[in-house]
Design a protein around this ligand. Structure first.
Ligand code: 5AD
Ligand code: SF4
Length: 477
């Protein structure tokens, strides 16, 4: 054989062996879904796939879906429709993952002919096997939920990362059963991740230069782990004997001590699970951010009861007071639902009054959306007319804007430590970063760089943003 041909052939064999299919992944919904997409990519990367940024070039399109409100599902159906032509022309395979996959199961394959693959949130390790089936032109599905899966030891493949802040998942699932919520059905029972694997992931992030982590879970305050051995690998960790439990306050403290140069955030906290010890740990460590996302959902005790929220308005306000007493600088944000079944003007007024008392820094506000299979769908009628839902939503959004402005004005003429994350969207002469309270600050770039902690003098503000001038590298965090 001619030696050039032999060379080319060898080269082709090598190329074929190393050939990686291209996967395009898009994510809808909450931070947990974004964190999951990074786990999914890590699993695929080790199984002959590489990520691409253009669906037109891909062999496989994966959509990590959200089910929380009807609107989210409608958007995903619309997106699937938009891929019909592409699938026909390029033979691209299409998979749906996550909450909507779990909710609809086999029905997804029946209702949306374009879909080849359906995978629930606890079955991502099975993806290579399922994709083999898809490659053989079979439809593939795995929607088994697990009581144990936490994807520990899978180091997420960061997507569009600023290389400064990252999500680290610490619990999965939810046992709370709020009557409006589909999450306990789509993400299964609550379970906590091995602290060693959490610390290991954070350690690797620090080595890569990351400055901030957000510990994620549907309900981080109910983190619970039994087991030993931490001290050997992580010298500053608490001595953990077998059968001693490790709770969220312990985990926070261990991470804060191990990584004093990293900022630590966490989300989401459920009011009934937030212990005094957690508040004390937040107060004690400067690198634990002074911000708590504390969804309340409604300010009416009647509605809270019907929502099966495990706290009253009074208990919630006592908790807020406790937080503010121990950590005066702590910001508090919320989630609120308006127009839950039977919510009347008086209940709505209770919500507005609660907002007035707390004066939240910011919040996420939603119209109630009836979700199939939830207790609220089975027991109550979705009886608040849409015009009233809209009117109430507008009122709470307006109030929140007023309070956000009020909170931001408290920072005027103060100097705050800001972690620079990226260029401001509005001007490429400005950096954008966040304070410990999670407030966004923009300021002229000068010679500072993303990843720097800088002291910024606050000169102006809107309800969403602080505007200032960076004066020096900060000694704080
Ligand atoms: N309708 C409207 N909002 C909802 N949320 C959860 N389920 C619903 C629903 N059925 C909101 C809650 C929750 C946030 C993530 O989404 O406020 O805290
Ligand atoms: Fe849903 Fe309630 Fe669990 Fe949050 S705490 S995920 S709202 S059931």
């Amino acid at each position: 054989m001619d030696s050039t041909i032999a060379k080319i052939e060898t080269k082709n064999v090598v190329n074929l062996k190393n050939y990686k299919k291209k996967v395009f992944i898009e994510t809808y919904g909450c931070q947990m879904n974004f964190a999951d997409s990074e786990v999914i990519l890590s699993i695929l990367k080790n199984n002959k796939y590489k990520r691409c940024e253009n669906p037109l070039e891909s062999d496989l399109i994966l959509i990590n879906t959200c089910s929380i409100r009807e609107k989210a599902e409608l958007n995903i159906r619309r997106k699937l429709n938009s891929y019909k032509k592409l699938k026909k022309e390029n033979k691209t395979k299409i998979g749906v993952l996550g909450c909507m996959a779990e909710r609809l199961k086999k029905k997804f394959l029946e209702e949306e002919k374009i879909v080849d693959l359906v995978v629930g949130p606890d079955s991502y390790r099975d993806l290579p096997n399922l994709l083999n089936k898809v490659d053989n032109n079979e439809k593939a599905i795995n929607v088994k939920l697990s009581k144990f899966e936490t994807y520990e030891r899978i180091i997420p493949e960061r997507i569009d990362s600023n290389m400064i802040s990252a999500f680290v998942s610490i619990t999965r699932g939810c046992d709370n059963m709020c009557t409006f919520c589909v999450v306990p059905f789509t993400r299964g029972r609550e379970r906590s991740r091995d602290p060693k694997s959490i610390l290991n992931e954070i350690h690797l992030l620090e080595k890569k230069g990351f400055k901030e982590i957000t510990l994620l879970g549907q309900n981080v305050d109910s983190y619970l782990w039994y087991g030993g051995g931490l001290k050997k690998d992580f010298p500053k960790a608490l001595p953990l004997q077998r059968r001693t439990s490790l709770r969220f306050n312990n985990l926070l403290e261990i991470i804060a001590k191990e990584k004093p140069k990293m900022r630590i955030r966490f989300s989401t906290s459920n009011p009934q699970d937030m212990s005094d010890e957690v508040i004390e740990v937040i107060a004690k460590y400067p690198n634990i951010c002074k911000h708590i996302h504390l969804p309340v959902q409604s300010g009416s005790n009647k509605i809270l009861k019907k929502m099966n929220r495990l706290h009253t308005k009074e208990e919630y306000l006592t908790l807020v007071e406790k937080i503010k007493n121990k950590i005066p600088s702590c910001s508090i944000s919320h989630d609120l639902i308006t127009g839950f079944p039977s919510e009347n003007d008086e209940d709505h007024l209770d919500t507005l009054n609660l907002m007035e008392t707390v004066k939240y820094d910011y919040g996420y506000m939603f119209k109630y959306s009836e979700r199939p299979g939830t207790m609220a769908e089975r027991k109550f009628t979705d009886n608040v007319p849409m015009e009233i839902k809209n009117k109430r939503l507008n009122e709470i959004i307006l109030k929140q804007k007023k309070h956000s402005l009020f909170r931001n004005q408290q920072f005027l003429n103060k100097t705050l430590c800001v972690l620079i994350e990226k260029e401001s969207k509005k001007s490429n002469d400005f950096w954008s970063g966040r304070t410990t309270q999670n407030t966004v600050v923009v300021f002229p770039k000068k010679n500072f760089c993303p990843g720097d902690f800088v002291d910024v003098r606050i000169e102006n503000c809107t309800s969403a943003t602080l505007i200032g001038d960076a004066i020096r590298i900060s000694k704080d965090i």
